[in-house]
Design a protein around this ligand. Sequence first.
Ligand SMILES: *Cc1c(COP(=O)(O)O)cnc(C)c1O
Length: 459
Amino acid sequence: MTHQNDIGIRAVPTIQQSGEINDLLLTMRALQSVFWTGRSTRSVESGGTISHNDIVEAERRFERFAPLLQQLFPVLAESNGKMESNLVHLPRMQQQLGMQSSSGALFLKADHALPIAGSIKARGGFHEVLDYVESCAMQFGLMPNGDYTALATPASREALSKHELVVGSTGNLGLAIGLMGAKLGLRVVVHMSADAKAWKKNKLRENGVCVIEHEGDYGAAVAAGRRESMQKPFSHFVDDEKSSSLFVGYAAAARHLSEQLTDAGRVVDKNNPLFVYIPCGVGGAPGGIATGLHHIYGEHVHCFFAEPIQSPCFLLQMLFESGEFTGYGSNPSVYDLGLNNLTQADGLAVPRASLLAAREVRHFIGGVYTVPDGELFRLLYELFVSEGIRIEPSAAAGLAGPGQLLNSAAGQRYLQRHDLAHLVHQSTHIAWSTGGLHVPDLDYSEFLSQGEAMTRKIE
Ligand SMILES: *Cc1c(COP(=O)(O)O)cnc(C)c1O
């Protein structure tokens, strides 16, 4: 690939870093997958500003809204308004991945099946909508006697329709904010980046959401949304790069997961480590979940973030935070490295990390690895063939985690450094599947055939 300034293409920067990091950056630039494990002290105390209380508040907010959501969404009737996903044991996929039972047990946290949004954004995105609606309702006295179901009445919807939510998105966040916001009666404007899938835009428009399409990337869509919202009263901008409300919505996943692990007979303690692999865009979803899990399990949980090889923004941010990637400002982008941010994993196609997420997790995150798109399709295909589970490409990134940790040199070094190698046989591995429920059949069969082609390439 040639890069020339004079025709408007970014020049490939020269990298001047120390030996080991230089090799890592060169490997990233050569579009090979990498696994970085950092040198974190793995202490949640030295982390950021999100407290245990903030997370408990988010859990309670979901509970307060459950009776209303049960009324508004028929799919939530059976769960009494609770929006949660299953923890699924994956014995056949484990075998398919060539992962021995002596390496622990593999599970899937099935957020691809979260109701309504069909992705992990049902956690953060829904939380922020509910948070905002709650504050409007309090301010305007819409819930006499604290009855949240009063928000389903025409009078309340009329009052809420004066309020607007604005968000920039590659697809799934817009879908979550749009579907929940519109259902509660708010006006919602979603600024979509070029990589957003057509069916996501259509679904929003069918639900009365205003979708504005942008030629540019995710960062550009967010900037446009922020600008528009700032100029209006009664307009709330959902800021994926800075929002602590989104963050604690994700973090609230941890409590329920810990109950599911107990129910499944999985112990997490000093002798039984938990490894969690979470697909990462700006870092809010994996950052929130990692923070929630660390509040519960401390150093016994090891969270790894997964990014596409063209969009390793969180990895770059972690390198910056540890003083190892300098010269591109305090919030480097994947373009700075000469990458193009083009990936079929639309949920992860993000050029710059969230600073909020980065600062919260930098002291305890286990590491970050990158995955080529072809590998995402192969994993998506193998999950379907072995377990009959349908996910979208972004969601497959977590499934590459066990192989990275158990089979790579960097993974082996991590296990040794933290004295885990002799405990792996009694460990639990969770791949977080972050989206897929609403993918149309036609799109999904296209994903499957790409994945199948990848398996033939390998053999
Ligand atoms: C948004 C998203 C992620 C990552 O969340 P971030 O908060 O952007 O890090 C992962 N997978 C899917 C399918 C998503 O939609």
